[in-house]
Design a protein around this ligand. Structure first.
Ligand code: AMP
Length: 424
């Protein structure tokens, strides 16, 4: 029988990559609480209805990409394709609005979409997201954009570009939609099949089309910015002024649209030229209509989601990171020495040191080679002779310097002797 492989569009994150994931999780876990965001963990599956209402049936995500199944009780469930719908459901279900003020939440975890896998696009992928629920202030829009920016900067990623747009309010979009239909209808036959379909259902999404012919037609389409009413314009002007105040550069992109009625005002995306076709690292915007769409009280909100696979690709190009946190590598040979080594490893770990024990019983020379590769700064060497004498040899792996010490002394002075030399 053949061996079983990971499902198409999923992948294992192995030791050579895990340090990047841990790093970005660590940065998120410090940065977001510093801005008063609290972590929320919602279920990986929800009732299918939630996503149909919360993302919209006319979107690709709901129309074509959901992992929907019936459970043994006959319920229609769906693996979450994104995080916001679940967060908003939880907000409503637990009456978080009753706590008053603004709720600032963040989440991190796997999302599931039945897409065609390619570099930077998977069927199980991970997102980090934040949501600010309960403020219509343009400072909330700018706070979330600034946090996106600061998160990237702290990771050392500084070459992303910010694309910015406003999709106005539902009335603005009603007028804009009509203008788009007028514009595209004469070209109907030349549009790609999806866009023809969108012309009646969701014409704003034609602007997202990746088809070159459709794109060429869309170049001269009307701009949403010409259809913003006075309130929307004021909001957008304030967002731009506040971004400039914070020295956050952006490029206006009137084609960055989201087709659904509960998306309002600010829309943005961070892009990287280094990612090829899948250039969007993450994006977000305002969704003042979603909480009420899902049955809660009318509540404005704004947020974003970052695709972590793409971020890891960018991080890997920057700095090599390694997951080893080993200070000491213990080499032993002989039955007395091997038992002694096991015990010594445990005692040193109890002092907070990173200790790797060689389990091979192979020749000292082979164990030394592994010690060199381990990332440890020192090797401890134990033979039966040392064990009987209560001593141990220490070898500093970089300099090659060697000493013999009593094990009792080693245990009292371990901290100063072994702390990773790379820190010094
Ligand atoms: P979205 O929820 O579609 O706005 O996506 C936000 C971010 O999630 C994107 O910019 C990507 O970085 C990431 N993302 C979305 N879909 C996928 C996928 N299938 N595979 C990997 N990353 C994805």
């Amino acid at each position: 029988m053949g061996s079983i492989q990971a499902s198409r569009g999923t992948r294992d994150i192995l030791a050579d990559e895990i340090a990047y994931w841990q790093r970005l999780e660590a940065v998120a876990r410090t940065l977001l609480p510093q801005a008063a965001y609290q972590e929320i963990r919602t279920p990986l599956f929800e009732q299918t209805d939630l996503f149909e209402r919360g993302i919209g049936e006319a979107t690709d995500v709901v129309g074509k990409e959901m992992y929907t199944f019936e459970d043994r009780g006959g319920r229609s469930l769906t693996l979450r394709p994104e995080g916001t719908a679940g967060v908003v459901r939880a907000y409503i279900e637990h009456g978080l609005q009753a706590q008053g003020g603004v709720q600032r939440l963040w989440y991190l975890g796997p999302m599931f979409r039945y897409e065609r896998p390619q570099a930077g696009r998977q069927r199980q992928f991970h997102q980090l997201g934040i949501e600010v629920i309960g403020s219509r202030d343009p400072r909330a829009d700018v706070e979330v954009i600034a946090l996106f920016n600061d998160f990237l900067t702290q990771l050392g990623i500084t070459d992303l570009s910010l694309e910015l747009n406003s999709v106005g309010n539902p009335e603005d979009r009603q007028r804009y939609r009509a203008a788009l239909v007028d514009y595209f209808t004469p070209y109907q036959q030349e549009l790609d099949a999806d866009s023809q379909d969108r012309l009646s259902r969701n014409p704003l999404r034609i602007l997202d089309s990746k088809d070159p012919r459709t794109q060429a037609i869309a170049v001269a389409a009307p701009s949403i910015l010409d259809y913003l009413g006075p309130d929307s314009k004021v909001h957008f002007d304030q967002v731009q002024a506040l971004l400039s105040d914070l020295d956050i550069g952006y490029r206006l992109n009137p084609r960055l649209v989201r087709g659904l009625d509960y998306y309002t005002h600010t829309a943005f995306e961070f892009q990287s030229g280094a990612l090829g076709a899948q250039s969007a690292v993450g994006g977000g915007g305002r969704y003042d209509g979603l909480v009420s769409e899902l049955g809660g009280p009318a509540t404005p909100a704004v947020g974003w989601a970052i695709g972590l696979e793409r971020l890891v690709l960018l991080l890997q190009r920057l700095q090599p990171l390694s997951a080893t946190e080993i200070d000491v590598y213990i080499i032993s040979k002989g039955s007395l020495a091997e038992a002694n080594a096991l015990k010594l490893a445990r005692q040193l770990r109890q002092q907070g040191l990173g200790v790797e024990l060689d389990l091979s019983s192979s020749a000292f020379s082979k164990q030394f080679k592994r010690a060199d590769r381990s990332g440890a700064s020192v090797a401890l060497v134990l033979g039966d002779e040392e064990t009987q004498a209560g001593t141990v040899q220490i070898k500093w792996l970089k300099s090659g310097e060697q000493r013999t010490l009593a094990q009792t002394q080693l245990l009292t002075e371990a901290q100063s002797l072994f702390r990773t030399s790379s820190e010094a």
